[in-house]
Design a protein around this ligand. Structure first.
Ligand code: CO
Length: 357
């Protein structure tokens, strides 16, 4: 945790702020080890203060990382009631805040708070400064993500033994979710997608009562969550005899995905990585049907940095965990997507998810 705090402090110095008010749950959890739905973390070069209301204080004393230097205060009332004391105590003049993570109402209360501080303090909108730090996973995070991927792998295999023609998309999604939970996953990181037949032409289909028929392409996008960290896998399968179209499309998507897994290297930009997979699909004549980016970082949040897409300048680096998920979606027919989660290590990708393709 202290290493994470120090990384942030360096970025704060570069941004020219003396302290940062952290308001988003994922960032609070990443820096303090404590996961409450409410509260703030205030970081300066010398202090790290977790500001929580009385529902959380005792819990945090037990749970916030024991190696961490974080102190806990019990906030009484809303932010303008307790923030002035903290600011005065820190003697700062520039307070950063994440303008992507607070409401206008909270912002107004912060302004009231600063008016009552004797020394003038400037509020500086910084965006989410923690997101960038979270892209490189440390050993502890990687372990949680490997566990989540393993639970997802095993759960999909047992679902595969039970899947039947005649089940609805909703039934199948629930079957897989139940197995994931029974295998130790926390609440699933995102709603499982089951898209069958023509519905599989929509990359983010919302599960329906449609009953699965022989020969349908069935896209299943799912994940497990361990210690807050989510996994993300997609498989496309077919019950009964697959048609020629299905075989053709499946092979192109698989070829595209394998090319990306093999050729992506650290130092590439997100758009170079995307291009590896996109070229395979375009060369096969289906470029216009690959409707989304190749992949995204994943961790405490299912979609986080880096982005692997046509316009992404993000630089892929060792320690990043992201998905590789090309797809082809043909209106009226259906679609195929194949997604795995990888970590970049020693310049190359290593698969974290292993379900058979
Ligand atoms: Co994904």
């Amino acid at each position: 945790m202290n290493q994470r705090l120090n990384g942030l402090r360096q970025k704060m110095t570069e941004a020219g702020i003396d302290a940062l008010l952290i308001s988003q749950q994922k960032d609070r959890r990443y820096l303090s080890g404590f996961s409450s739905t409410a509260g703030y973390l205030i970081i300066s070069q010398d202090d790290a203060i977790l500001a929580l209301d009385s529902r959380y204080v005792e819990w945090a004393r037990q749970d916030a990382s024991p190696t961490s230097e974080i102190s806990i205060i019990n906030t009484k009332g809303e932010i303008h009631n307790w923030l002035p004391d903290i600011i005065s105590g820190m003697g700062i003049s520039k307070l950063g805040f994440d303008d992507t993570g607070i409401t206008y109402s909270t912002y107004s209360k912060m302004n009231i708070a600063l008016d009552s501080v004797e020394k003038a303090v400037e509020l500086v909108a910084t965006g989410d400064m923690v997101t960038g730090l979270r892209t490189i996973k440390d050993a502890q995070e990687l372990e949680s993500m490997q566990k989540a991927a393993a639970v997802a792998d095993a759960s999909f295999e047992s679902m595969n033994q039970q899947i039947k023609i005649g089940m609805s998309e909703k039934e199948l999604a629930w079957l897989l979710e139940r197995i994931l939970r029974e295998n130790g996953s926390g609440s699933v990181p995102f709603g499982i997608i089951v898209a069958s037949g023509p519905n599989s032409a929509f990359p983010h289909h919302s599960n329906s009562d449609r009953v699965i028929a022989p020969g349908d392409p069935i896209i299943i996008d799912f994940g497990a969550r361990i210690d807050g960290y989510g996994s993300d896998t997609t498989r496309t399968l077919c019950l009964g005899e697959p048609g020629d179209k299905y075989k053709e499309i499946y092979d192109i998507v698989l070829k595209s995905q394998i090319a990306a897994i093999d050729k992506i290297e650290s130092g590439m930009t997100g758009h170079q990585a995307d291009g590896i997979a996109r070229n395979v699909i375009a060369d096969a004549g289906y470029g216009q049907y690959f409707l989304h980016a190749l992949g995204h970082g994943t961790g405490l949040v299912v979609h986080e940095e880096p982005k692997l897409g046509e316009k992404s300048e993000d630089i892929l680096q060792n320690g990043m965990v992201f998905t590789i998920e090309p797809g082809i979606y043909i209106p009226g027919w259906g679609g195929v997507r194949i997604e795995d989660m990888v970590v970049l290590e020693k310049g190359k990708t290593r698969l974290l998810t292993h379900v058979s393709k």
